[in-house]
Design a protein around this ligand. Structure first.
Ligand code: HEM
Length: 380
């Protein structure tokens, strides 16, 4: 095929901006084009203003929720997560029970091959230096990264459900929990007004009171709380919640024994435990039955069918530092093919607020974590 030259470029119009003409005069001569540019500019600026919430100050966006979370901690703790601020990194592998799991979800993480995992244990507090005996909610966050496959991130709590079912109620709860500068504690009148309006939060508090606290991270179990859809290879979708169920036997501390432990006892115990052998959990899915509410504050009946999805083995624990779990956003909407978000509104809000928290904290100088420069494990 003969080489064909590109057609000659269109002639360049002569410069029509006479030397010395002012920009204003130029705009007057080209008023049509100027109006066009102004419209594009206005639309762009307006778009940013809308996304940023400047045009709709009453709209509940991620910034507002992040600000409220900061206020619950008596102001931002620069460099740290705006929630679950006190934590430590973990690593290991997840191995799916291929047959059972694949019947529920086509996700590659369940194909039976070991999947590398990076994660984080944390305490649900905005204070990165909180005293462990004072914190009643613990968490596990995981990033499962199958080689050549889709990643799965999760952030799961040891609580029986959540205190709210909507982002709006979460925000109202955060506002009611902001400490009064005079007492350092939330205003009891605001808390009472909040609880009167939100019986689901009062029910959550009652469940929390009835549940003994695990003595450590290693013998605790962690729940997705939110509902997600698992998609089977034949396309069938099922609403599920899941639990990382500790293989270590459950143990608790009496309130007096707990109060006597050190400020970092949860982390010190974990580091000591990690030297004695790997820590293990079973990932168990709970299947919703028709009519089960997909609302995070509502716990499903205990007799719902369960499916064992695989085993998590943690063989390395290390302090947060640059480049390890500290710099991961455990966004619950990072789901592999074979899983989908459901109509539970909470994960969508979480995804947006975690990103806001991540942006804020990664722009700030990060002081050392409460438990710094430590590592332990049995990893070969
Ligand atoms: C609207 C509801 C929620 C909001 C606004 C919220 C907000 C946040 C924020 C801002 C962070 C810090 C993220 C970062 O900087 O990386 C965080 C961390 C976390 N949240 Fe939530 N959260 C919500 C609900 C939940 C629920 C339902 C769970 C449990 C199922 C949960 C579990 C966690 C965990 C485990 C972490 C720590 C993750 C890590 O170790 O990096 N959150 N949350």
């Amino acid at each position: 095929m003969p080489y064909v030259e590109d057609p000659p470029a269109a002639p360049v119009p002569p410069e029509d901006h006479p030397p010395g003409e002012s920009t204003l005069a130029l705009l007057r001569r080209h008023s049509g084009a100027a109006v066009g540019i102004a419209v594009v500019l206005a639309a762009t600026v307006g778009g940013f203003a809308y996304v940023g919430g400047f045009l709709t100050p009453d709209r509940l966006g991620a910034d507002k929720i992040a600000n409220a979370l900061e206020a619950t901690g008596g102001g931002a703790h620069a460099g740290f997560r705006r929630a679950h601020a006190k934590g430590i990194c973990i690593a290991g592998t997840f191995t799916g029970t291929a047959a059972a799991a694949r019947g529920l979800s086509s996700a590659g993480v369940f194909d039976g091959r070991p999947v590398p995992v990076t994660g984080r244990f944390a305490e649900a507090t905005p204070d990165p230096y909180a005293k462990d005996p004072m914190v009643g909610v613990r968490s596990m966050a995981l990033r499962l990264q199958p080689v050549g496959g889709d990643e799965w991130r999760m952030a799961i709590n040891d609580t029986p459900g959540l205190h709210v079912s909507t982002p709006e109620a979460f925000y109202e709860n955060a506002l009611a929990s902001v400490p009064d500068p005079k007492t350092g504690k939330p205003d009891p009148a605001k808390v009472a007004a909040y609880l009167a309006k939100h019986p689901e939060s009062a029910a959550f508090l009652a469940r929390m009171k009835a549940k003994p606290l695990a003595s450590g991270f290693a013998n605790d179990s962690y729940n997705s709380i939110d509902g997600f859809l698992f998609v089977a290879p034949d396309g069938t979708q099922r609403l599920v919640r899941w639990t990382m169920q500790a293989e270590a036997p459950f143990a608790t501390l009496t309130p007096a024994a707990r109060a006597g432990r050190s400020a970092n006892y949860m982390f010190e115990d974990l580091l000591a435990r990690a030297t004695t052998g790997p820590l293990k959990w079973r990932l168990v899915a709970t299947l919703a039955q028709p009519g089960d509410p997909n609302r995070a504050a509502e716990v499903w009946p205990a007799d719902r069918p369960k499916v064992d999805l695989g085993e998590l083995v943690i063989d390395h624990v290390e302090s947060e530092a640059m480049g390890n779990c500290r710099d991961i956003n455990f966004d619950p909407l990072v789901l592999p093919a074979g899983m989908l978000p459901s109509d539970d509104p909470i994960p969508f809000a979480r995804s947006a607020v975690y990103a806001t928290s991540f942006r804020r904290r990664t722009r700030e100088h990060t002081p050392p974590s409460a438990v710094a420069n430590q590592s332990a494990g049995t990893r070969p």
